[in-house]
Design a protein around this ligand. Structure first.
Ligand code: CAA
Length: 420
C-alpha cells in the first residue's frame, strides 16, 4: 500500500511477528479452553503494542488509529479472539482520551500504555443494547462520592481488566444530559463480575456481566469532572473504536482467504487441484477483492480519525459494517472451499467463521451502522438542493421546492372541502 508510511509499516511488522510466533500457535488451545491468554497479552505488551494509540505525554507511542487498526488486522489474521482482546483495550481507553480531565489522563493512561492494566468498556445492559441511551444503571451523588447501582452486559475483557469505563444515569429527568461516565477500578467494594458467557467465537477473551451493588466511586473518577456528558462521550468513543472492529473483520477475512488459497491449491478432485476450477477461482477472486476493498475503507476511516478530516462518525460506521459483513462472507466461503473438512474442528477454518459472526453484532450492530450512515446522508441532502433544478425532472420536484407549484397547490381546494 504505497501511502502507508514507515511508522505504519513498522507496526505491521511488529504485530505480524507476534501474531505468527505467539498468537497463531496458541489460537486453538485458547479457543478450546476459553480462558484469558495471559501469555499472549504479555507478548503484546513486550512488543509495545499496548501503547500504539496513546499519546506520548501519557506514556504511549503517540501513534494513531491507523496504526492501531494495522496491528488489530495482523493479530486477527491469526486469531479473531486475540484481535478483539487487543482492540477492546483501545475501546476501554477512548472514553478517557475523548473526555477525561488532564489529571485523569495522567492517572490512568500510562497504566494502559504499559500493558500493566487492561481496561474494559461498560455501556450495554440487558435492556439497553442498540438503544444505548436507554441504559438504567444509576450513579447517585453522595457527598464526595457517587454510588453506582445496576448491572452491565457484554463487558469484553471483564474480570481480566483492572479498569472499567462505566456509563450510568446521573440525571433521570434530563434528555440530553442524562448519562455520565466513570472510571471504576477492580476491587472497589460493590463492584463484581456476574455471569461469564459461553460463546460461539472469540472464545479466548472473557465476555461477562459486571455488577455494581452500591459501589462507591470518588467524584474524581467522574470522567471530565462534570456530569451529563456520558452519552456524547460514548458516541465519540465508538466513532474512534469502530474502525478497530472493522480492522478485526479485515484480519479475519484475510486469514480465512489465505487458508482457503492454500487448501484449494493442495486439495485434488477429478485429478487436479480444485483451484484450477473456475467456480473456485471466482470465489477466491471475490474473497480477495472484497477483503481489499474493506481494507482500503478501514484505512481511509482511520486516517480521517487521525487527521480529523472528513466525517469520522460516518466513515467509522461505513467501514464497520462493510468490513465485518465482508469477514462473515469471506469466512463462510472459505469454509465452503474446505468442503466437509471445513465443517470439522480438525481444521482451523471453522473458527474464522465463528469469530467473524460477532463482529457484525458488537460495537453497534451492522443495522445500527447503516442507520448512522443514513442519518448522515439525510442531513447532507440539504446541501444538494442545487441538483434539483439541474438534473431532476420537474414533475418529481412538484411540491418540493418550486414556489409556483407550492402556490398553485395551496390555492387548490382540499378534497373534503371540494365534496362539501
Ligand atoms: N458524537 C458526539 N455526539 C453524538 C454522536 C457522535 N457520534 N452521535 C450522537 N451524538 C449526540 C447527539 O448530537 C445528541 O445530542 P443532543 O441530545 O445534545 O442533541 C445525542 O448524542 C443523542 O443523539 P441521537 O438522538 O442520535 O441518539 P439515539 O438515541 O438516536 O442513538 C445510536 C443513536 C446511533 C443508535 C446510538 O445509540 C448507538 O450507537 N447505538 C449502538 C450502541 C453500541 O454501539 N453499543 C455497543 C457497545 S460496546 C460493545 O459492543 C461491547 C464490547 O465490549 C465490544
Amino acid at each position: 500500500m504505497p501511502w502507508l508510511n514507515e511508522r505504519n509499516r513498522m507496526w505491521r511488522e511488529r504485530a505480524r511477528e507476534v501474531a505468527e510466533k505467539v498468537v497463531r500457535p496458541l489460537a486453538r488451545k485458547y479457543d478450546i479452553e476459553q480462558v484469558y491468554p495471559w501469555e499472549i497479552k504479555e507478548a503484546l505488551a513486550e512488543a509495545g503494542l499496548m501503547s500504539v494509540w496513546i499519546p506520548k505525554e501519557y506514556g504511549g507511542a503517540g501513534d494513531g488509529i491507523l496504526d492501531l487498526c494495522i496491528c488489530i488486522e495482523e493479530l486477527s489474521r491469526a486469531c479473531g479472539g486475540v484481535g478483539v482482546l487487543y482492540c477492546v483495550n483501545a475501546l476501554g481507553s477512548f472514553p478517557i482520551l475523548v473526555g477525561a480531565t488532564e489529571e485523569q489522563k495522567k492517572k490512568y493512561l500510562p497504566r494502559v500504555a504499559s500493558g500493566k492494566s487492561l481496561i474494559a468498556f461498560c455501556l450495554s445492559e440487558k435492556f439497553a443494547g442498540s438503544d444505548a441511551g436507554s441504559l438504567r444503571a444509576q450513579a447517585v451523588p453522595d457527598g464526595d462520592y457517587y454510588v453506582l447501582k445496576g448491572e452491565k452486559k457484554w463487558t469484553t475483557n471483564g474480570g481480566a481488566a483492572d479498569l472499567y469505563s462505566v456509563y450510568a444515569v446521573t440525571d433521570a429527568n434530563s434528555r440530553s444530559r442524562r448519562i455520565s461516565a466513570f472510571m471504576v477500578e477492580k476491587g472497589t467494594p460493590g463492584f463484581g463480575i456476574g455471569k461469564i458467557e459461553d460463546k460461539m467465537g472469540i472464545r479466548c477473551v472473557p465476555v461477562v456481566e459486571t455488577t455494581f451493588d452500591n459501589c462507591r466511586v470518588h467524584k474524581s473518577q467522574l470522567l471530565g469532572g462534570e456530569p451529563g456528558f456520558g452519552f456524547k462521550n460514548a458516541m465519540g468513543t465508538l466513532d474512534l473504536a469502530r474502525p478497530g472492529v472493522a480492522a478485526q473483520g479485515v484480519g479475519v477475512a484475510q486469514g480465512a482467504l489465505e487458508y482457503a488459497q492454500v487448501y484449494a491449491a493442495r486439495r485434488e478432485q477429478f485429478g487436479q487441484p480444485i483451484n484450477s476450477f473456475q467456480m473456485i477461482q471466482q470465489m477466491l477472486a471475490d474473497m480477495a477483492t472484497q477483503t481489499e476493498a474493506a481494507r482500503q475503507l478501514v484505512y481511509a476511516a482511520a486516517h480521517a480519525a487521525d487527521t480529523k478530516t472528513g466525517n469520522t462518525g460516518k466513515l467509522a460506521a461505513m467501514c464497520k459494517y462493510f468490513a465485518t459483513d465482508t469477514a462473515m462472507r469471506v469466512a463462510t466461503d472459505a469454509v465452503q472451499i474446505f468442503g466437509g473438512y471445513g465443517f470439522m474442528r480438525d481444521y482451523p477454518i471453522e473458527k474464522y467463521m465463528r469469530d467473524a459472526k460477532i463482529t457484525q453484532i458488537y460495537e453497534g450492530t451492522n443495522q445500527v451502522q447503516r442507520m448512522v450512515v443514513a442519518r448522515h446522508l439525510v442531513k447532507e441532502t440539504a446541501a444538494l438542493s442545487k441538483l434539483l433544478d439541474a438534473y431532476i425532472p420537474r414533475e418529481v420536484q412538484k411540491g418540493y421546492n418550486d414556489p409556483a407549484t407550492l402556490a398553485a397547490q395551496a390555492a387548490e381546494p382540499k378534497p373534503e372541502a371540494a365534496k362539501a
